[in-house]
Design a protein around this ligand. Structure first.
Ligand code: ZN
Length: 429
């Protein structure tokens, strides 16, 4: 058995602050002690209460002056796109064809996939992100490389081989049959191995034939505890295209519904151009949305209405959508998410932003029993934030005692420089 403790200020969400609870949904503990037993959270209490009770042999890592928050959960990202981030294009479909598809071709080489997976995970960790739902390329070896790299770091990660059998370059195409067979082999090899989970990953409906989507539905039925991830209703031109390709469906989302791809642990990126019936269907089926503010702004896709989704009962997680998104930092992503909601006339409470990046992401992925806050028994994944990481932050955060106020400044002004350390299962990375 290993036992250790972290001494710092702590901030985490116990519930959804938007559901009338406000700041009371957050626990803010100044000079607390987080006790970790075998990588799991044993308890969080004031240091003054707990210190006299602890034996002298417990190792205490002293982060006084720092703010510890749960590890960030990025509910939608593409690891093969690290080299296309910040590429100039008009909109989504143009961006895919000009940059993304040619780059994804390189992942036929296992060694390239391994190098990029390592680079991507290093970026997540330095930004305090400890869990993500990740798209690989169409090549099974791209998923193999990603899972192996995540396993080596003991990270809780969800990923899947991308499925595409039309409307993309020939060199990135699989078929309905190979999509099924290769996904099944990857599920058997990686799903539930250590902290890893498999996501059935059709890229988006326009690049899958109805036969391939049906194969995805079959996989989802045969493996009900796997995840499902895809994109829906990101840009207006994509919605028009999807509706032309599937005239028998009521809406773009309905294409996935008919294929049996809406359920718990299904997470769809963007969800901007949905209607009330779509949102009701997502809520009823337990399907979650990934809100990708930097990507939506960068590609000019639209503004995701968080309040409207929440009112309909849809669970939303926050996501970078790297490389359509422009930052690995969930601090930056929270800041941009805040601004998107401001444009929609919605003012988010700082507690709601923390919630979106941690517990809500865990809920969106069906992992709230394992990660998302410091409840006893959960896995000890967390980020140590440095309120004085930059001269501006030092001035601003030095003025206020309130942890949520300091956290708000950290997200508005911070980036990876504000992440002093990231811990995975209680171990510093
Ligand atoms: Zn995406």
């Amino acid at each position: 058995m290993t036992l250790k403790a972290i001494r710092a200020d702590f901030l985490h969400c116990l519930a959804d602050p938007g559901a009338g609870a406000g700041a009371t949904a957050c626990e803010d503990l100044a000079d607390g002690l987080l006790v970790i037993r075998d990588g799991l959270i044993d308890g969080l209490q004031p240091a003054a209460t707990l210190l006299p009770l602890l034996g002298g042999d417990i190792e205490i890592e002293d982060w006084r002056g720092h703010l510890v928050v749960p590890g960030f959960v990025d509910t939608h990202a593409h690891y093969p796109q690290v080299d296309v981030i910040a590429s100039h294009a008009t909109q989504l479909l143009d961006w895919l064809e000009r940059y993304t598809y040619p780059e994804e071709r390189k992942f036929a080489e296992r060694s390239h996939a391994e190098a990029v997976a390592t680079f991507f995970l290093d970026r997540l960790i330095e930004n305090g992100t400890t869990t993500a739902a990740v798209f690989c390329t169409v090549h099974p070896q791209s998923a193999e490389a990603f899972f192996a790299a995540a396993e080596q770091r003991n990270l809780r990660m969800i990923a899947g081989k991308c499925l595409m059998d039309r409307h993309c370059p020939e060199y990135l195409r699989d078929t309905a049959e190979s999509a099924y067979r290769e996904s099944k082999a990857l599920i058997e090899r990686w799903h539930g191995k250590g902290r890893l989970g498999y996501a059935i990953t059709p890229r988006f409906a326009p690049t899958s034939t109805p036969a391939q989507l049906a194969a995805c539905g079959r996989l989802a039925r045969e493996h009900p505890d796997t995840w499902i991830q895809s994109h829906v209703a990101e840009s207006k031109s994509e919605v028009t295209w999807a509706r032309e390709l599937f005239p028998g469906s009521r809406s773009y989302l309905d294409v996935y519904d008919r294929a049996g791809l809406l359920r718990e642990r299904a997470v769809y990126g963007h969800c901007i151009w949905l209607d009330d019936a779509d949102r009701a269907r997502m809520a009823a089926s337990g399907t979650a949305a990934a809100f990708c503010p930097t990507s939506n702004l960068f590609l000019g896709s639209g503004l995701y209405d968080y309040r409207q989704a929440s009112a309909a009962g849809v669970t939303t997680g926050l996501a970078t959508d790297v490389g359509g998104g422009t930052s690995y930092s969930m601090l930056t992503t929270m800041a941009e998410g805040y601004k998107v909601q401001q444009l929609l006339g919605t003012n988010l409470h700082p507690a709601e932003l923390l919630y979106l990046a941690t517990l809500a992401g865990a809920q969106a992925l069906g992992l709230a029993h394992r990660i998302g806050n410091f409840a006893p028994g959960k896995e000890a994944d967390f980020a140590v934030l440095a309120p004085a990481a930059t001269p501006q932050l030092a001035r601003r955060t030095g003025l206020r005692e309130n942890a949520l106020d300091r956290f708000f400044a950290l997200m508005m002004l911070g980036d990876k420089r504000a992440v002093a350390a990231t811990y995975v299962m209680g171990n510093r990375f």
